[in-house]
Design a protein around this ligand. Structure first.
Ligand code: DGY
Length: 326
């Protein structure tokens, strides 16, 4: 008699590309959320109970409480490069492997960061709203005059892979003067490749014409840009956040935009998203997008495939491809 081999049981916590689900189904018994319901923490915990693996996204919080209720869990594969939804220390203590999706989204996210910076500096959203509202009746010399990108000083806070991608676009494509601040300084070769100069956070804030945030979220980076930091920026400067909500104090930013203490902002991420601070919705000089920086079709597919491949590699070869806490 042939032995019946049970496939490991996993949870796919959010809707995902059907072809990725089909690939996973060759290796796993799957409970999936293709309806993309919004689960509470209690619902996520209940669904995870008894599963050995999970395909998660940045919206699924895995912490000590969830882990304690799911002792069979061995791996959580996040479809995101950021992993602030994971309590890594708690996962390590519980013997649960965490993985993310680095590299595959770097260029797409850098493209978006640059696009958001340009849209912000050249007031694209504000001017489009004006046009759609039927207010455009004549040309005028200073209509929606913004600031230049070419030749300006690009400041980058957080100089990982995506930050370096933005720096290269600015330095090589637009002749920008690139400065950056990071927890650790890049080596000389990487600095030369980005034509970037390391400066203190204070100098970055004071000197940048366009400041782009690309640092990971942690307790240390919570409200890294608040009223005090905004006050140090030039009144003509723009601020772009494609990193994580919570890095910027959104209430302080809305006040600075309203009072024209900085010229404009472009935000793809928000503290408490998908909720957006109501004050940000009332100021005109801000471009708002719903956390889509990595969202091109090929890149989102590559991210989903990498998360799936992490689960498959872990259960078939005992080793994930992009572990965070191996
Ligand atoms: C990431 O990969 O971290 C993006 O923010 C998508 O969630």
């Amino acid at each position: 008699m042939k032995d019946i081999v049970m496939k490991p049981s996993i949870l796919v916590a959010r809707a995902v590309f059907p072809e990725v689900l089909t690939k996973l189904a060759q290796h796993f018994e799957i409970e999936s959320n293709q309806a993309d319901e919004t689960w509470s923490k209690a619902q996520l915990t209940e669904k995870l109970h008894g599963k050995v693996g999970a395909f998660t996204t940045g919206t699924d919080r895995i912490d000590a409480e969830v882990l304690a209720a799911c002792p069979q869990l061995k791996i959580c594969a996040n479809m995101a490069v950021g992993y602030n939804n994971f309590d890594i220390a708690a996962m390590t203590a519980a013997g649960v492997l965490a993985t993310n999706t680095p590299d595959v989204l770097t260029e797409t996210t850098a493209d978006f960061g640059f696009a958001l910076m340009m849209a912000t500096a050249r007031r694209m959203t504000e001017s489009e709203h004006y046009l759609r509202a039927g207010k455009w009746t004549k040309w005028s010399y200073d209509m929606f005059a913004g600031s230049d990108i070419h030749g300006a000083t690009l400041g980058i806070l957080g100089m990982g892979r995506i930050g370096q991608g933005i720096a290269k676009r600015g330095a090589h494509g637009f002749g920008m003067n690139v400065i950056y601040h990071n927890r650790s300084r890049l080596d000389a070769t990487s600095e030369a490749a980005c034509k970037a100069r390391y400066v203190s956070k204070e100098e970055l804030l004071k000197t940048a014409d366009h400041l782009v945030l690309v640092l990971p979220y942690s307790a240390a980076s919570h409200h890294a840009i608040g009223a005090a930091e905004l006050a140090q920026m030039k009144p003509t400067a723009t601020l772009v956040n494609i990193a994580r909500g919570g890095i910027v104090d959104d209430a302080a930013l809305a006040a600075a935009l309203r009072d024209k203490r900085i010229a404009a902002a472009g935000l793809d991420v928000f503290e408490g998203e998908p909720a957006v601070h109501p004050d940000l919705l009332t100021v005109p000089n801000v471009v708002l997008t719903p956390h889509i920086a990595s969202s091109s079709v090929p890149t989102r597919l590559a991210m989903a495939n990498l998360a799936a491949d992490n689960l498959i590699a872990f259960f078939t070869q005992g080793k994930a491809l992009t572990p965070l806490n191996a």
